[in-house]
Design a protein around this ligand. Structure first.
Ligand SMILES: Nc1ncnc2c1ncn2[C@@H]1O[C@H](COP(=O)(O)OP(=O)(O)O)[C@@H](O)[C@H]1O
Ligand SMILES: [Mg+2]
Length: 153
């Protein structure tokens, strides 16, 4: 399966990576964003949303757990599950329904909801470097593999 890394020297590079990723990203994708606090997960999602043409503010959904975006004909759900309490909170919020063939779900801290989440099509790993960050993409489905191969050319 497709797997490659990029070096992101500064915040602008993370935004650019997100913008590139947003291009031709198919509906129905579930994307996990892994990385420590401050690794650049929210910044990457900001780039994705900007790349899709969104011009408003992108705030981290730390307390609301999810922020929906309707952009052109796309629905994007940006999750931050750091503060997810338990399975019950997940079920009651109806998050299960957010994952469908029409939507794109981008999830920070998927580790907090392991048993509840569907499998990720794409895993993104962000890590701190001496300066800047490293980003690694990993495809877990055929659809994702095709998409990432195109992104990598
Ligand atoms: N490639 C990068 N190099 C240096 N700083 C970055 C980079 N990407 C993002 N940042 C900065 O890191 C900080 C944390 O980013 P954020 O996206 O909020 O992280 P996370 O959501 O993973 O906690 C922000 O100040 C952001 O500007
Ligand atoms: Mg964040």
């Amino acid at each position: 399966m497709c797997n490659f890394t990029q070096v992101l020297n500064d915040e602008a590079a993370t935004l650019l990576a997100g913008q590139a990723f947003s291009k031709d990203l198919p509906a129905g994708m579930t994307v996990f964003l892994h990385g420590d606090l401050g690794a650049g997960k929210t910044t990457f999602v900001r780039g994705v949303l900007q790349g899709m043409g969104y011009q408003g503010k992108v705030k981290s959904p730390t307390y609301t757990l999810v922020e929906p975006y309707q952009i052109a004909n796309k629905t994007i759900y940006h999750f931050d599950l750091y503060r997810l309490i338990d399975d019950e909170e997940w079920e009651e919020a109806g998050f299960r329904d957010y994952f469908n063939t029409q939507s794109i779900c981008m999830i920070e801290w998927p580790e907090k909801a392991q048993r509840l989440l569907p499998q990720a099509d794409i895993d993104i790993f962000l890590s701190h470097q001496a300066q800047g960050r490293q980003l690694r993409y990993q495809a877990n489905s055929l659809n994702a593999q095709q998409f990432l191969q195109q992104l990598n050319t």
